[in-house]
Write a protein that binds this ligand. Structure first.
Ligand SMILES: Cc1ncc(COP(=O)(O)O)c(C=O)c1O
Length: 427
């Protein structure tokens, strides 16, 4: 395939005509296709259906707790052990509460902002304009938490090894208003990268060189065990590294079983130093007399000793979808050199970069043809991608057949927008 920039003008015009006709033809199918939903498909949810029968009337946890009753704000020991396994830490450092890690992230950020995480004078809202760093492209709901709390976001560039740490350190060490950073360290949303050991080590030490004395790393390890190949890819242990660096009060970890069992009926986990956990427990106790420990027990028993086998079941359903995405992008776009994309080995997303200025146009063309894409810009703070080039592809929810048609449409839209862009540039 010839690179687009090497095509003669006549060839470009002919290509534009051909692609326009093809898109009109495909749009005629009037299918409703959707690549926006980072949700498990039904067959993935079905993998956990046997969990519903696992208690079989036995509600008593290993420590004798009747899971049906109030209490146990930090969670059942076996549920905390599950969270510890997911996060690769000790279970004493884990709280299992609620069904969503996002809720816990909001609660930690809100506590840091208004009350402080450490039981002393420090709180973010003593600063006139608290800020957080957001590696971009990143997860829009993280941005939503900061926005809701009035915390300004500063985008920092991502590399394929994680956030650009020289950049991060330079900002954090100079500005005492910078209070935290959002991280998705494994199979990052949306690029799918895994933070390199060096990045994790520098992230663990970040609070020590921060100008703020109340800096917090938000370590959202949502895709900790969501590998396509096993044994699972390793991630350096940030809490251990933070303990060595004396920064353990400034690292908070999160995960959940939302994409392991049921996205709407799973378990949320957070982990931190004892000082932070004690403060969070006190905060939780204001509005909760205890989490749903029946769900905790069910999860712990269902996944005990078979977590990897269970995740292999997910991988068997998801990987063909990611392979299909990769195949469509490579076969249709690679030679033209008009886009770049990631090829993750786990997680839920593929990140696609068009030529600068074309993401919105591609999404419009796709919408006209019946394909919904995550709104361009949503992977950036304020919903604005300064280069208007990033698109997030979420392949899990669609069936393989729908995904195939959706990807055909998507590559067609990328090609057409790029050809028109090239023609405009040469006009
Ligand atoms: C990076 C990341 N964190 C958190 C979540 C949501 O997690 P939960 O369901 O535990 O709130 C998602 C969901 O897509 C995600 O991609």
């Amino acid at each position: 395939m010839t690179r687009l920039i090497d095509l003669e003008i006549d060839a470009l015009r002919a290509l534009e005509t051909g692609l326009t006709e093809e898109l009109a033809l495909q749009s005629g199918n009037r299918m409703k296709l959707d690549l926006t939903r980072g949700k498990p498909a039904r067959d993935q949810l079905d993998l956990s259906s046997p969990m519903d029968d696992v208690l079989a009337g036995n509600y008593i946890a290993a420590d004798g707790t009747d899971s049906r009753n109030y209490g146990g704000l930090r969670g059942l020991p076996e549920a905390r052990a599950l969270g510890a396994d997911l996060l690769g830490i000790d279970s004493q450092s884990v709280i299992c509460w609620g069904n969503s890690s996002l809720t816990l992230m909001y609660l930690v950020a809100d506590t840091a902002q208004r009350l402080g995480l450490w039981g002393d004078h420090r709180r973010w809202n003593l600063s006139a304009s608290p800020k957080m760093l957001a590696p971009v492209p990143g997860y829009d709901r993280h941005f939503g938490v900061s926005d809701a709390l009035g915390i300004e976001l500063i985008g920092v560039p991502m590399t394929d090894q994680g956030p650009h740490m020289d950049h991060v350190e330079a900002l954090v060490s100079k500005d005492p208003d910078i209070k935290g950073i959002w991280c998705v360290p494994k199979y990052s949303n949306p690029t799918g990268c895994i933070y390199a050991d060096e990045v994790v080590a520098r992230m663990a030490r970040l609070a020590a060189l921060a100008a703020a004395d109340d800096f917090v790393v938000f370590w959202d390890n949502a895709y900790a065990v969501h590998d396509f190949e096993f044994p699972r890819a390793p991630l350096a242990p940030i809490l251990e590294l933070a303990r060595e660096a004396g920064t353990e009060d400034h690292v908070t970890l999160f995960t959940s079983t939302s994409k392991i069992t049921y996205a709407g009926g799973g378990l949320g986990f957070m982990a931190a130093s004892e000082r932070v956990l004690a403060n969070m427990e006190a905060r939780l106790s204001v509005f909760s007399i205890g989490p749903d420990k029946v769900s905790q027990l069910r999860h712990a028993r269902f996944l005990s000793g078979r977590l990897e086998a269970h995740m292999a079941g997910h991988a068997a359903l998801i990987q063909p979808k990611f392979d299909l995405v990769e195949e469509a992008l490579t076969s249709e776009l690679a030679g033209l050199e008009i886009a770049s994309w990631t090829t993750p080995k786990g997680g839920y997303f593929v990140s696609l970069d068009t030529r600068p200025g074309l993401a919105t146009r591609v999404a419009e063309l796709a919408r006209e043809a019946g394909l919904s894409l995550t709104p361009p810009g949503s992977t950036f703070p304020g919903g604005i991608d300064p280069e208007d080039r990033n698109l997030r592809i979420a392949p899990t929810f669609a069936s393989l057949d729908d995904l195939r048609v959706a990807m055909q449409l998507l590559v067609l839209c990328v090609k057409l927008a790029s050809v028109r862009d090239e023609l405009a540039a040469r006009a």
